[in-house]
Design a protein around this ligand. Structure first.
Ligand SMILES: [Zn+2]
Length: 301
């Protein structure tokens, strides 16, 4: 199924936007690429850089009034507080590139079986507003673009970031061609969790064993029942036991096992899978980088 050029890896140096002192480690995008390069992990990968998402792609999932505020830089102070990031034209450009990047990753996965985006997973952006560090929902923009282009008509979003995928669930609430599956820490942001197609909320400190038991129980069943042609995987690093914004208790090994299980399950079912990184706020930023690199290495293995 894979072409000789290797597994496509989409990356872009412009994701590292200056947001001042912040818990979101924007430098992770550069550090992940550097670490993978140093380890020789990308030697056989097919490296691609994205084009920004087009306005028509954005407007498939976001409202015109919200997009106008982004385009003109006229978010109100309340909207910026909800976003929890300082708005800038660089942030807008990075968010458009990221949405284009996840869309490209999806297209490459569908044509070649598997692909990885060294970015993406901004699942807290709603149709009409951004929140929780997410200006534009690249996951929703990509899924909607792939459906519009008739590349696929049944998509499964597997969202294993520690936070519920509220924006994505809300955007696709009435879209039967997209199944949203989120496994997250129940007692964490976002306080209000709009129902997805399958939401598995976990208690404080759930560790590797219980987590994997639940994932093994749910993922194959969802695949069997929904029969997706394509999986968009949000491999958040924040279920990690030492994450500052987490609440679960997964170890580094447990996270690697999680990634391998998702990838293997998709491969066994012969379903194309595109990987995005999503969140990660470990006490030690190097842990976040290591977890994301583990995900990428699992995908490239
Ligand atoms: Zn998160």
């Amino acid at each position: 199924m894979l072409e000789p050029g290797g597994i496509p890896v989409v990356w872009c140096p412009r994701y590292e936007v200056d947001i001042g002192a912040h818990v979101f480690p924007v430098e992770k995008y550069r550090l992940i690429k550097e670490r993978l390069d140093a380890a020789g992990a990308l030697a056989r990968a097919d490296l691609r850089t994205p084009q920004p998402a087009r306005v028509e792609d954005v407007l498939r999932v976001h409202t015109e009034s919200y997009w106008t505020k982004i385009a003109e830089g006229t978010l109100t102070p309340d909207e910026e507080r909800l976003l929890e990031l300082p708005f800038s034209s660089e942030l807008r450009e990075a968010s458009l590139l990221c949405a284009g990047g996840t869309t490209l990753t999806g297209q490459l996965a569908i044509s070649q079986g598997r692909s990885v985006h060294l970015g993406g997973g901004f699942h807290h952006a709603f149709a009409d507003h951004g929140e929780g560090f997410c200006l534009l929902n690249d996951v929703a923009i990509a899924a909607a673009a792939l459906i519009e282009a008739r590349e696929v008509d049944r998509i499964l979003i597997v969202d294993l970031d520690v936070h519920h995928g509220n924006g994505t669930a809300s955007i696709f609430a009435k879209e039967t061609r997209v199944f949203t599956f989120s496994m997250h820490h129940q007692w964490n942001y976002p306080a209000v969790k709009p129902p997805g197609d399958l939401d598995v909320g976990l208690d404080d400190g759930v560790g590797d064993e219980e987590y994997m038991q639940l994932l093994r129980e749910h993922l194959p069943r969802v695949i069997e029942e929904h029969e997706p042609q394509f999986i968009l995987y949000l491999a958040g690093a924040d279920p990690y036991e030492a994450d500052q914004l987490g609440g679960l208790g997964l170890s580094l090994e447990g996270l690697r096992e999680r990634d391998e299980f998702v990838l293997d399950t998709a491969a066994e079912a012969e379903i194309a899978v595109a990987v995005t990184l999503a969140g990660g706020y470990a006490m030690r930023p190097s842990d976040t980088v290591a977890i994301h690199c583990g995900t990428v290495e699992a995908a490239l293995a």
